[in-house]
Design a protein around this ligand. Structure first.
Ligand SMILES: Nc1nc2c(ncn2[C@@H]2O[C@H](COP(=O)(O)OP(=O)(O)OP(=O)(O)O)[C@@H](O)[C@H]2O)c(=O)[nH]1
Ligand SMILES: [Mg+2]
Length: 461
């Protein structure tokens, strides 16, 4: 974007902002939490034809005041556009597929047109417009934020504590052995590359292993435009290697600092500054499937992220910029993988997972709500008769085989289960493929109308 275009773009945004007709929505969540599916569904719900029956709790629609939404023409020229059309193509293909995992950041702007409430305003204005700006990014990058609150030594110690956990230890053996043999006095490019590559494959292995959430630094996994940058030669030295000063320790500390200054801070300044509302998506069911350590790690990861999002005047983010988040929605995603009678328990579980961060008054000044949702419902809920009893069930297409399945996925614990429970019980919540849907028809969902009402309802009055 040229400086003139940039000034014009930001000037327009400022104008809308001053008039309270602009909303920047952040969609946050670890990798695979469902951000991309959520944004695609949200945009679809707001832009396709008549949704009155489909979104019963979205009041502007129910009151007949919603005139429609369209993709805005004023996309910032220098920021990749969210691939909405491609994502929809995946969802409406025959057979339907989920959109692929995200590898870079992108933005989509929407214009929502509505008739204002109230006799005077509606007489003065035929319609009003709300500009909605939504940002998507790879979940891996979110986990870089906590690095800003540590130094290299603390981070390395933290990593090795994590890699000693039962579900992680075996995989880290090879990288540990390589570190033990390395020469701390040498800064040879060959050694740096070998260690970086070994650490990268470890992170990659963890990221493919269910239940491992904390992969840092995120850019080592998804480098984006930074592929090949020297500061990505960054790995945690062993605790004993941190005790004495060495050229390798100094080099790592330098790379860590550069990574914080030149990657994390600008990214978060750009992404999270000026956010008005935030959605935090959490896939609780996948963590339960992966077992006790996974749930513990998920809770730890969420705690770290939320800590970074503390909004008080002394918070890290406030020092970087002035966020003005007034509403935060915590959503347990993929609720369509359980029967509807389990949604309440899923919400309670999510609240417990986030209890600590919320208790620390992370969002003291923001309105919060927690709910179980499915951005794109992939199952049909129903009942089967079993020994004369009506048993709730869901049916859909299995994600791995594509075969139709009908099953009772089991109960969701309303609290974080103790370690012992996993010895007697293995959670096996399914993963399903979306059902093919004509692009002109609204995407099936669970509670996206509640989501829209919470996030946008008050701005469309
Ligand atoms: N059943 C169901 N599955 C979902 C839903 N949303 C996401 N999924 C599943 O979760 C996977 C990951 O969803 P994404 O939207 O790509 O997750 P993401 O948070 O964008 O992940 P990254 O781009 O890797 O950070 C999808 O491929 C689906 O398998 C949903 O509403 N219902
Ligand atoms: Mg994504």
């Amino acid at each position: 974007m040229s400086w003139l275009e940039s000034i014009q773009y930001h000037g327009r945004q400022l104008g809308h902002r001053t008039l309270d007709r602009h909303l920047r929505l952040g969609v946050t969540g670890l990798s695979g939490a469902g951000k991309t599916a959520f944004i695609s569904s949200l945009v679809h719900q707001l832009t396709v034809g008549d949704q009155t029956a489909h979104l019963p709790f979205f009041s502007v629609l129910q009151q007949g005041r919603y005139l429609g939404g369209r993709l805005a023409q004023n996309q910032p020229l220098a920021i990749p556009r969210f691939p909405y059309e491609q994502n929809l193509r995946y969802l409406s293909a025959e057979p339907a597929q989920w959109p692929p995992s995200t590898t870079g950041w992108s933005q989509l702007n929407l214009s929502l047109r509505y008739r204002p409430q109230g006799a005077i305003r509606s007489r003065l204005q035929q319609h009003s417009e709300l500009q909605l700006e939504i940002i998507d990014y790879p979940g891996e990058w979110l986990l870089d934020l906590p690095l800003l609150q540590q130094d290299y030594r603390q981070w390395s110690t933290f990593c090795w504590q994590l890699f000693q956990q039962p579900h992680r230890q075996a995989s880290s053996v090879a990288f540990k052995a390589l570190l033990q043999q390395c020469d701390l006095q040498s800064l040879s490019e060959v050694q740096l590359q070998e260690l970086t590559e070994s650490y990268r494959s470890l992170l990659l292995q963890y990221s493919q292993q269910s239940g491992c959430y904390l992969q840092q630094p995120g850019r080592l996994l998804i480098p984006g435009e930074l592929a090949g940058a020297p500061m990505l030669q960054l790995f945690p030295l062993l605790p004993e290697q941190l005790e004495t000063d060495s050229p390798l320790l100094r080099r790592m500390t330098e790379h860590y600092q550069s990574y914080c200054d030149y990657v994390i801070k600008p990214f978060y300044r750009q992404h999270f500054s000026r956010l008005d509302r935030q959605v935090v998506l959490v896939d609780c069911l996948a963590a339960l499937n992966a077992g006790y350590s996974a749930v513990q790690e998920l809770q730890q990861a969420l705690g770290l992220i939320m800590q970074s999002f503390r909004y008080g005047p002394a918070s890290l983010l406030s020092r970087l910029f002035q966020p003005q988040i007034s509403k935060v929605l915590f959503a347990a995603s993929k609720a369509d993988h359980v029967t509807p009678d389990q949604h309440k328990a899923l919400t309670l579980l999510l609240q417990q997972l986030l209890q600590q961060p919320i208790k620390q008054s992370v969002y003291a000044s923001a309105a919060t709500e927690a709910m179980a949702i499915a951005a794109v419902r992939a199952s049909q809920a129903g009942f089967v008769l079993q020994q004369g009893q009506r048993q709730p069930c869901i049916s859909g297409r299995d994600l791995a085989t594509g075969e139709p399945v009908t099953l009772y996925p089991g109960e969701v614990p309303a609290q974080i289960p103790p370690a012992g429970l996993y010895q007697q019980h293995q959670f096996q919540f399914p993963a399903l493929l979306p059902t093919t849907q004509a692009a002109a028809l609204p995407l099936p969902h669970v509670r996206m109308d509640h989501v829209l009402e919470f996030l946008l309802g008050d701005k469309l009055r």
